[in-house]
Design a protein. Structure first.
Ligand SMILES: [Zn+2]
Length: 316
Protein backbone atom coordinates (compact mmCIF):
# COMPACT_ATOMS: atom_id res chain seq x y z
CA UNK A 1 0.00 0.00 0.00
CA UNK A 2 1.19 3.48 -0.86
CA UNK A 3 2.35 5.85 1.84
CA UNK A 4 3.46 9.47 2.12
CA UNK A 5 5.50 11.42 4.63
CA UNK A 6 3.98 14.44 6.35
CA UNK A 7 6.18 17.00 8.08
CA UNK A 8 4.82 19.55 10.52
CA UNK A 9 7.25 22.40 11.23
CA UNK A 10 5.93 24.20 14.30
CA UNK A 11 7.44 26.74 16.67
CA UNK A 12 8.01 24.15 19.39
CA UNK A 13 8.30 20.78 17.66
CA UNK A 14 8.94 19.26 14.27
CA UNK A 15 6.97 16.10 13.47
CA UNK A 16 7.86 13.69 10.71
CA UNK A 17 5.09 11.17 10.17
CA UNK A 18 4.86 8.22 7.79
CA UNK A 19 1.21 7.83 6.80
CA UNK A 20 -0.70 5.10 4.95
CA UNK A 21 -3.06 5.98 2.12
CA UNK A 22 -5.85 5.07 4.58
CA UNK A 23 -4.76 7.90 6.90
CA UNK A 24 -3.26 5.54 9.50
CA UNK A 25 0.01 6.58 11.07
CA UNK A 26 2.83 4.07 10.53
CA UNK A 27 5.70 5.87 12.27
CA UNK A 28 6.12 9.27 13.85
CA UNK A 29 9.21 11.15 14.95
CA UNK A 30 8.86 14.30 17.10
CA UNK A 31 11.85 16.51 17.81
CA UNK A 32 12.22 20.01 19.27
CA UNK A 33 12.50 22.70 16.60
CA UNK A 34 16.05 24.11 16.49
CA UNK A 35 14.83 27.61 17.13
CA UNK A 36 17.48 29.35 19.24
CA UNK A 37 18.90 32.75 18.48
CA UNK A 38 21.02 32.77 15.33
CA UNK A 39 19.90 29.29 14.18
CA UNK A 40 19.99 28.80 10.43
CA UNK A 41 17.63 26.97 8.13
CA UNK A 42 20.63 24.73 7.39
CA UNK A 43 20.35 23.20 10.86
CA UNK A 44 16.64 22.50 10.38
CA UNK A 45 17.35 21.07 6.95
CA UNK A 46 20.02 18.67 8.30
CA UNK A 47 17.70 17.55 11.08
CA UNK A 48 14.85 16.98 8.61
CA UNK A 49 16.99 15.02 6.14
CA UNK A 50 18.04 12.69 8.95
CA UNK A 51 14.48 12.17 10.21
CA UNK A 52 13.09 11.70 6.69
CA UNK A 53 15.73 9.05 5.91
CA UNK A 54 14.67 7.23 9.07
CA UNK A 55 11.05 6.81 7.97
CA UNK A 56 11.52 6.60 4.19
CA UNK A 57 10.75 3.37 2.34
CA UNK A 58 10.03 2.27 -1.24
CA UNK A 59 6.26 2.81 -0.88
CA UNK A 60 6.60 6.54 -0.22
CA UNK A 61 5.17 8.61 -3.08
CA UNK A 62 5.88 12.12 -1.83
CA UNK A 63 6.57 14.47 1.08
CA UNK A 64 4.08 17.07 2.32
CA UNK A 65 5.14 19.95 4.58
CA UNK A 66 2.90 21.96 6.90
CA UNK A 67 4.71 25.09 8.04
CA UNK A 68 3.73 27.66 10.67
CA UNK A 69 3.79 30.83 8.61
CA UNK A 70 2.94 32.42 5.29
CA UNK A 71 4.03 30.28 2.38
CA UNK A 72 4.47 30.57 -1.37
CA UNK A 73 2.50 27.47 -2.31
CA UNK A 74 3.51 27.41 -5.97
CA UNK A 75 7.25 27.51 -5.39
CA UNK A 76 7.21 25.83 -1.96
CA UNK A 77 9.02 28.64 -0.19
CA UNK A 78 8.47 29.98 3.35
CA UNK A 79 7.75 33.70 2.93
CA UNK A 80 7.51 34.54 6.61
CA UNK A 81 7.30 32.49 9.77
CA UNK A 82 6.85 34.82 12.78
CA UNK A 83 7.57 32.01 15.26
CA UNK A 84 10.51 30.39 13.43
CA UNK A 85 12.37 33.31 11.80
CA UNK A 86 15.31 31.05 10.85
CA UNK A 87 13.22 29.44 8.10
CA UNK A 88 12.16 32.70 6.42
CA UNK A 89 13.01 32.29 2.76
CA UNK A 90 13.64 28.53 3.12
CA UNK A 91 13.16 26.91 -0.34
CA UNK A 92 11.60 23.71 0.97
CA UNK A 93 10.26 22.27 -2.28
CA UNK A 94 13.46 22.74 -4.26
CA UNK A 95 15.68 21.52 -1.41
CA UNK A 96 13.83 18.28 -0.65
CA UNK A 97 12.86 17.37 -4.21
CA UNK A 98 16.56 17.46 -5.02
CA UNK A 99 17.53 15.53 -1.90
CA UNK A 100 14.94 12.73 -2.22
CA UNK A 101 13.79 12.76 -5.88
CA UNK A 102 10.15 12.74 -4.70
CA UNK A 103 7.35 15.28 -5.24
CA UNK A 104 7.18 17.83 -2.41
CA UNK A 105 4.30 20.14 -1.51
CA UNK A 106 4.29 22.94 1.03
CA UNK A 107 1.21 24.21 2.87
CA UNK A 108 0.53 26.30 5.96
CA UNK A 109 0.35 24.08 9.07
CA UNK A 110 -3.20 25.02 10.09
CA UNK A 111 -4.38 24.53 6.49
CA UNK A 112 -2.81 21.06 6.52
CA UNK A 113 -4.61 20.36 9.80
CA UNK A 114 -7.91 21.51 8.26
CA UNK A 115 -7.34 19.15 5.36
CA UNK A 116 -6.81 16.27 7.82
CA UNK A 117 -10.23 17.06 9.33
CA UNK A 118 -11.75 16.79 5.85
CA UNK A 119 -9.82 13.65 4.95
CA UNK A 120 -10.25 11.52 8.08
CA UNK A 121 -11.73 13.71 10.83
CA UNK A 122 -14.93 15.43 11.92
CA UNK A 123 -15.34 17.14 8.55
CA UNK A 124 -15.36 13.93 6.49
CA UNK A 125 -19.01 14.32 5.49
CA UNK A 126 -19.08 18.12 5.29
CA UNK A 127 -18.40 20.36 2.26
CA UNK A 128 -17.94 23.77 3.86
CA UNK A 129 -16.34 24.22 7.24
CA UNK A 130 -13.71 26.22 9.06
CA UNK A 131 -11.11 24.81 11.42
CA UNK A 132 -9.56 26.76 14.28
CA UNK A 133 -6.52 25.36 16.07
CA UNK A 134 -6.01 26.64 19.58
CA UNK A 135 -2.38 25.99 20.40
CA UNK A 136 0.34 28.42 21.46
CA UNK A 137 -1.18 30.65 18.78
CA UNK A 138 -4.45 30.40 16.86
CA UNK A 139 -4.36 28.89 13.38
CA UNK A 140 -7.13 28.61 10.84
CA UNK A 141 -8.01 26.65 7.73
CA UNK A 142 -11.02 26.77 5.42
CA UNK A 143 -12.59 23.87 3.51
CA UNK A 144 -14.83 25.15 0.73
CA UNK A 145 -16.82 22.88 -1.61
CA UNK A 146 -14.90 19.92 -0.24
CA UNK A 147 -11.50 21.40 -1.09
CA UNK A 148 -8.88 23.19 0.95
CA UNK A 149 -9.22 26.92 0.28
CA UNK A 150 -5.73 27.95 -0.81
CA UNK A 151 -5.52 31.28 0.89
CA UNK A 152 -3.72 32.49 4.00
CA UNK A 153 -6.71 31.88 6.32
CA UNK A 154 -4.82 33.69 9.09
CA UNK A 155 -7.92 33.71 11.28
CA UNK A 156 -5.81 34.34 14.39
CA UNK A 157 -5.03 37.81 13.07
CA UNK A 158 -8.65 38.86 12.62
CA UNK A 159 -9.01 42.01 14.72
CA UNK A 160 -11.61 41.63 17.47
CA UNK A 161 -10.61 44.62 19.64
CA UNK A 162 -9.42 47.70 17.71
CA UNK A 163 -7.49 49.25 20.61
CA UNK A 164 -6.58 45.86 22.01
CA UNK A 165 -3.47 44.01 23.06
CA UNK A 166 -0.33 44.12 20.94
CA UNK A 167 0.15 41.06 18.73
CA UNK A 168 3.59 39.82 17.63
CA UNK A 169 2.37 40.24 14.02
CA UNK A 170 2.57 44.01 14.55
CA UNK A 171 -1.17 44.67 14.79
CA UNK A 172 -3.39 45.20 17.84
CA UNK A 173 -6.34 43.28 19.19
CA UNK A 174 -5.92 40.15 17.03
CA UNK A 175 -8.09 37.15 18.00
CA UNK A 176 -4.90 35.19 18.75
CA UNK A 177 -4.02 37.71 21.47
CA UNK A 178 -7.28 36.76 23.27
CA UNK A 179 -7.80 33.11 22.40
CA UNK A 180 -4.65 30.98 22.42
CA UNK A 181 -2.22 29.42 24.87
CA UNK A 182 -0.12 32.57 24.71
CA UNK A 183 -3.16 34.75 25.42
CA UNK A 184 -4.16 32.63 28.43
CA UNK A 185 -0.70 33.05 29.96
CA UNK A 186 -0.38 36.78 29.14
CA UNK A 187 -3.81 37.59 30.53
CA UNK A 188 -3.10 35.63 33.73
CA UNK A 189 0.28 37.25 34.31
CA UNK A 190 -1.03 40.77 33.80
CA UNK A 191 -3.80 40.13 36.33
CA UNK A 192 -1.38 38.69 38.90
CA UNK A 193 1.01 41.61 38.41
CA UNK A 194 -1.82 43.97 39.28
CA UNK A 195 -2.20 42.07 42.56
CA UNK A 196 -5.09 39.79 41.58
CA UNK A 197 -5.74 36.94 44.02
CA UNK A 198 -5.30 33.41 42.70
CA UNK A 199 -3.94 29.98 43.62
CA UNK A 200 -1.74 30.47 40.54
CA UNK A 201 0.60 32.44 42.80
CA UNK A 202 1.43 29.18 44.60
CA UNK A 203 1.84 27.17 41.39
CA UNK A 204 4.47 29.57 40.12
CA UNK A 205 6.45 30.07 43.38
CA UNK A 206 6.05 33.80 42.86
CA UNK A 207 7.67 33.72 39.40
CA UNK A 208 4.70 34.47 37.16
CA UNK A 209 6.73 33.85 34.01
CA UNK A 210 6.76 30.14 34.85
CA UNK A 211 2.99 29.95 34.39
CA UNK A 212 1.77 27.69 31.56
CA UNK A 213 -1.72 27.30 30.03
CA UNK A 214 -1.91 23.95 31.90
CA UNK A 215 -1.45 25.75 35.23
CA UNK A 216 -4.29 28.13 34.41
CA UNK A 217 -6.48 25.19 33.34
CA UNK A 218 -5.73 23.34 36.57
CA UNK A 219 -6.52 26.41 38.67
CA UNK A 220 -9.84 26.88 36.86
CA UNK A 221 -10.80 23.24 37.43
CA UNK A 222 -10.07 23.76 41.13
CA UNK A 223 -12.47 26.69 41.10
CA UNK A 224 -9.96 29.55 41.04
CA UNK A 225 -11.84 32.66 40.02
CA UNK A 226 -9.01 34.17 37.95
CA UNK A 227 -8.44 30.90 36.07
CA UNK A 228 -12.17 30.64 35.32
CA UNK A 229 -12.38 34.26 34.22
CA UNK A 230 -9.42 33.82 31.83
CA UNK A 231 -11.13 30.91 30.04
CA UNK A 232 -14.49 32.72 29.95
CA UNK A 233 -12.68 35.55 28.17
CA UNK A 234 -11.21 33.06 25.68
CA UNK A 235 -14.78 31.92 25.00
CA UNK A 236 -16.07 35.45 24.60
CA UNK A 237 -13.51 36.42 21.96
CA UNK A 238 -13.82 33.09 20.16
CA UNK A 239 -17.56 33.75 20.01
CA UNK A 240 -16.93 37.14 18.39
CA UNK A 241 -14.44 35.70 15.89
CA UNK A 242 -16.66 32.75 15.00
CA UNK A 243 -19.71 34.99 14.50
CA UNK A 244 -17.64 37.07 12.06
CA UNK A 245 -16.58 33.93 10.18
CA UNK A 246 -20.11 32.53 10.02
CA UNK A 247 -21.54 35.86 8.84
CA UNK A 248 -19.02 35.86 5.98
CA UNK A 249 -18.79 32.20 4.95
CA UNK A 250 -22.00 30.58 6.28
CA UNK A 251 -20.20 27.24 6.82
CA UNK A 252 -21.93 24.03 7.92
CA UNK A 253 -19.60 23.78 10.90
CA UNK A 254 -16.76 25.33 12.85
CA UNK A 255 -14.35 22.67 14.11
CA UNK A 256 -12.11 23.64 17.01
CA UNK A 257 -8.94 21.67 17.72
CA UNK A 258 -5.49 22.12 19.27
CA UNK A 259 -3.98 21.73 22.72
CA UNK A 260 -6.38 24.12 24.42
CA UNK A 261 -9.57 22.17 23.65
CA UNK A 262 -9.03 20.19 26.85
CA UNK A 263 -10.50 23.35 28.43
CA UNK A 264 -13.65 23.12 26.23
CA UNK A 265 -16.08 23.06 29.16
CA UNK A 266 -14.49 26.20 30.58
CA UNK A 267 -15.06 28.36 27.50
CA UNK A 268 -17.87 26.87 25.40
CA UNK A 269 -20.77 28.43 27.30
CA UNK A 270 -19.41 31.96 26.97
CA UNK A 271 -18.48 31.23 23.34
CA UNK A 272 -22.04 30.20 22.45
CA UNK A 273 -23.51 33.17 24.33
CA UNK A 274 -21.33 35.71 22.52
CA UNK A 275 -21.73 33.92 19.18
CA UNK A 276 -25.52 33.98 19.29
CA UNK A 277 -25.50 37.71 20.14
CA UNK A 278 -23.54 38.54 17.00
CA UNK A 279 -24.33 35.98 14.31
CA UNK A 280 -27.05 36.62 11.72
CA UNK A 281 -29.67 34.30 13.04
CA UNK A 282 -30.63 32.40 9.85
CA UNK A 283 -26.96 31.50 9.35
CA UNK A 284 -26.62 29.94 12.78
CA UNK A 285 -29.64 27.63 12.80
CA UNK A 286 -27.98 24.68 11.06
CA UNK A 287 -24.43 25.58 11.97
CA UNK A 288 -22.58 23.30 14.36
CA UNK A 289 -19.64 24.13 16.61
CA UNK A 290 -17.68 20.90 16.96
CA UNK A 291 -14.69 19.65 18.87
CA UNK A 292 -11.95 18.14 16.69
CA UNK A 293 -11.27 14.48 17.34
CA UNK A 294 -7.89 14.29 15.62
CA UNK A 295 -4.97 14.54 17.94
CA UNK A 296 -1.50 15.90 17.89
CA UNK A 297 -0.13 14.45 14.64
CA UNK A 298 -2.97 15.93 12.57
CA UNK A 299 -0.88 18.66 10.95
CA UNK A 300 1.65 16.21 9.57
CA UNK A 301 -1.08 13.67 8.67
CA UNK A 302 -2.91 16.38 6.71
CA UNK A 303 0.29 17.37 4.90
CA UNK A 304 0.74 13.71 3.87
CA UNK A 305 -2.93 13.58 2.83
CA UNK A 306 -2.37 16.48 0.46
CA UNK A 307 0.24 14.36 -1.34
CA UNK A 308 -2.30 11.57 -2.00
CA UNK A 309 -4.86 14.13 -3.14
CA UNK A 310 -2.46 15.88 -5.53
CA UNK A 311 -1.24 12.62 -7.04
CA UNK A 312 -4.84 11.46 -7.55
CA UNK A 313 -5.73 14.75 -9.23
CA UNK A 314 -2.75 14.63 -11.55
CA UNK A 315 -3.88 11.13 -12.55
CA UNK A 316 -0.79 9.14 -11.70
ZN1 LIG B 1 -1.84 39.48 14.90
Amino acid sequence: MRSAIGVDIGGTNIKVTLVHESGDIITNITEPTPNGHGESSEKIKDMLVKALKNVLNDNVIGIGFGVAGIIDRKNGIVIESPNIPSINGFRIKETFEKEFSLPVIVENDANAYAYAEKWIGMGKNLSNFIVLTLGTGLGGGIIYKGELFEGAAEIGHMVVEPEGRFCPCGSFGCLESYASGRAVVDRTISSLEKGGKSILKDYSDGNFYKITPEHVYKSAIEGDSLGREVFREVGKYLGIGIANLVNIFSPEAIIIGGGLIGAWDLFIEELRKEFSKRVLEPLSSNMQILQATLKKESGSVGAAGLIFKNIKQSGS
